[in-house]
Design a protein around this ligand. Structure first.
Ligand code: GLP
Length: 268
């Protein structure tokens, strides 16, 4: 795991945007895995700004989102499809027919929908770079604690903690879904690169468990310990419970030197 600690959330977003930019510029037809939540909003702002400055085109990219609520349709302002339109898709040149979100509408069979989503990812050639946030309870996507580390796209029941954490985004009288379709942990681990962004003190404990805790379904993000190319971008607050901060800073300086000498190697 490559852990990179920045002074503030803005720097986290800027660095994340560079990863996306490098991928798109290196690989025509790049496949992005996208995330929702408050954390990646600043990344999407950066990407939109790069697009508007004519520095970045999404014309040849395909995207797969991690998750989507059940029981609300894509026109609902709370849907993750709506979130993606608002924060990214409506402001860049991506072909919306190549943007996928794991939906399961009324009357559809969630198992079949999950399998079909996995198949679509495969047909697209797999995900090159999966953007991730992390829940305060260590979830990635909506893979809540105790999710199987071998899980695939399916329905998950949200935990009370996640419902409470996300209730800030819903009006008091608004329907808040308690179920969601989500890529599984194995789906996420299949991505060639995973880039997890975490900012703020409320993520510090989950970040610590992810990086130095035991590999355990209790902290789904700890599954990233098994990933060959996992990059974790943190601000100081999210890194505050890590004991080896100096090591990560030092290792990152060495990585920069190695990259300068041998060039950046990305196995997309
Ligand atoms: C949400 C999403 C996750 C996200 C996490 C943290 O419920 N399903 O993909 O990473 O919770 O969200 P935030 O960035 O708003 O803290």
């Amino acid at each position: 795991m490559q852990v990179i600690i920045f002074d503030n959330p803005q720097q986290v977003a800027e660095n994340a945007a560079q990863w996306v930019e490098k991928l798109i510029n290196k690989k025509s037809g790049a496949v992005l895995g996208l995330a929702t939540g408050s954390t990646p909003i600043s990344l999407y702002k950066q990407l939109v700004a790069k697009h508007q400055a004519d520095e970045l085109s999404f014309a040849n990219t395909t995207s797969f989102n991690l998750d989507e609520y059940l029981g609300i349709d894509e026109n609902n302002a709370q849907s993750y499809r709506h979130f993606m339109n608002e924060n990214l898709f409506d402001h860049v040149d991506i072909d919306k027919s190549k943007t996928f979100v794991p939906t399961c509408n009324q009357g559809e069979n969630p198992r079949e929908q999950g399998l079909a989503y996995e198949e679509k990812i495969k047909q697209a050639g797999g995900i090159d770079l999966q953007i991730l946030g992390i829940g305060a309870n260590g979830h990635i996507g909506f893979n809540e604690p105790t999710s199987s580390l071998a899980s695939r796209t399916r329905i998950k029941t949200l935990t009370q903690q996640t419902l409470n954490d996300n209730s800030r985004l819903f009006a008091a009288d608004e329907f808040q879904p308690t179920l969601a379709m989500t890529m599984g942990i194995a789906t996420i681990l299949d991505a060639r690169y995973v880039l997890l962004m975490a900012t703020g003190e409320n993520k510090a404990s989950a970040v610590k468990s992810m990086i130095t805790g035991p590999l355990s379904a209790v902290c789904p993000a700890s599954a990233l310990q098994l990933h060959e190319n996992a990059i974790v971008l943190l601000d100081k607050a999210a890194a505050s419970e890590l004991e080896d901060q100096e090591y990560y800073l030092w290792a990152n300086e060495q990585n920069l030197k190695i990259n300068q000498e041998f060039g950046l190697y990305h196995n997309y």
